[in-house]
Design a protein around this ligand. Sequence first.
Ligand code: ATP
Ligand code: ZN
Length: 304
Amino acid sequence: MDMAPDFLDQLFSRGLLIPTGVDGLYGRSGVFEDVITRFDALVSTYGEADGAEVVRFPPGMSRMAFEKSGYLKSFPQLAGTVHSFCGDDHGHNRLLECLAAGDDWTGEQAATDVVLTPAACYPLYPVIASRGTLPADGLLFDLQSYCFRHEPSREPTRMQLFRMREYVRAGTPEEVVAFRETWLERGQQLIRSLGLPMTVDVANDPFFGRAGRMMKVNQRDQGLKFELLVPVNSEDRPTACLSFNYHQDHFGRTWGIKTAEGETAHTACVGFGLERVALALFRHHGLDVASWPTDVRTVLWGTA
Ligand code: ATP
Ligand code: ZN
């Protein structure tokens, strides 16, 4: 049975999420944010010994970098672009007339140099490239960003604006594969410590259209994407809360990133869907955080 609408209504009525009139676009309460902050901090404790470089980008990125990244080839249906009024007085008058008449006023809008970030790691690759050849051990980054995807839904776990915490590794294929293996283990330990049921499975990204079908099959066949799934909306369709992505040399080739040995760099990222993990916790432990199991509270807040 699909529980999604019920769960969303419960979250609204408890004030944990705040409706805006747009599916997938919500306010968050202080309690909801506190759960996210504590989970984010927990992720940091698992990663801290690795000494990742912390970088925080705003939730928008360069349109040029976005175009070059290939996102529009694979996921045009999810992309969000920032448009702005760039006209003169006449254009402004037309805009106001359209608005007053209830007509479409957006024709007066033009694309800016900014697009919404689709995944926390997208703004990073050009920055890595701009630093030149990778150092001998490659690079490791710690990112967190609000991300946009145009996928309006009543499933609370499928938002249009949500946060992704990521670690991103760039280096040789061996370094990058080892990084992903480590986080596959850590991710399971972490979610287990929060008392959540889970499975890990091979997955694919939602590549668009007919050409996308082949890409989905290839991604699965090569085991390039794994997800850690927790039942949130329904038992039979568990939700991807963590993703483990091996991009091979896709971003290395796109951005001309080279290892110290002069080979094209490989990259991988592990992504934590912060709202999805919070929702999984509310789903399994109840909407009142004060009555969550003691061990779960201890893991998150240090005290029960
Ligand atoms: P799905 O298959 O459910 O669409 P995905 O595999 O496309 O998700 P990724 O692109 O791997 O997701 O994104 C990394 C993480 O961001 C996911 O593991 C998930 O936790 C989170 N995430 C992705 N899309 C959404 C969304 N629409 N709302 C909330 N969190 C999301
Ligand atoms: Zn990523």
